[in-house]
Design a protein around this ligand. Sequence first.
Ligand SMILES: [Mn+2]
Length: 325
Amino acid sequence: MINNITLPEIIGKLKKSNRIILICHVRPDGDTLACAYTLKHALKKMGKTVICASSDPVSDRLSFLCDEKMYLPNEVSEDFNPDLVVSVDVASISMLGNCKSLMSLAESIKIDHHHGEDSFADYNFALPDKASCSEIIFDIIEQMSDFDKKTCELLYAGISFDTGCFKHSNVTEDTHKKAAFLVAQGVDTALINQKLFGNKTKKEIEALKMAYNNLEFFEDGKIAITCITNKMREEKGLSEDDIADLGQIPIEIDGVQLGATVKEKGDKPGNYKISMRSRPGINAANACKKLSGGGHVCAAGGLVVADCKENAVKAVLEASIPEIK
Ligand SMILES: [Mn+2]
């Protein structure tokens, strides 16, 4: 993606605008929420009218990041009349979900940290070397607002969320420097990390059991794949939300160089969503490009259409093998 706007120009547009919609990606995660609610807080302090919107509601676990309502697209009143729409942490047009229609209500800006070519806004700004989009919002706050308590807590939560509590390979020196600055402002890091990572529901534990039980190993244990079909999920009474966070399971196993989670989509049986992770030096994004997807080098995603679980796993395996050679 070619950036056609600079950070100072984005700040200029934010300052000039009075009615702003901030858009999170579908199934909003800790990073996209932290970005939107940090920006909203700063812009409201500047006297502006701001709402946050997402195609999906906020999960109970992450609701502590939201001090005000998250609007669903159909709840945004026709007479809101924004003069600026900004997407945060949204990699592609499909990640906008039903918020796609909101992007055309006014001049639009995309602020993101994913690799990709999807320049869906009027102005597109992405820094793929950033571990979290919250790090970009940090830079905006530094130049446009101030680091009050709420801002520091939100940005810390966003950074911690997207880095898996500072343990993914996307973490940089800058990530730690920004986190250190936020900690110095008095953020209760243990409390935030407990809320983000230490509150698993019984259903999520059931999902973890399912993911572990269905692990298969290939290529001398260098590739691990787990697959969950709609039938398996429904038999345990689990929703798609309950199985949302299984992406790390295969890669956390000793000896595994590339791990994938393969999940059949509830609304599209036969379509399997792939979450892939790899160790440094192994390119998961390359494998996912062959699976109608892409992403970061060590964390990527894709989609496979298959007539059965076995063929879905086979397709993922065939795309993955060249990367571990
Ligand atoms: Mn992110």
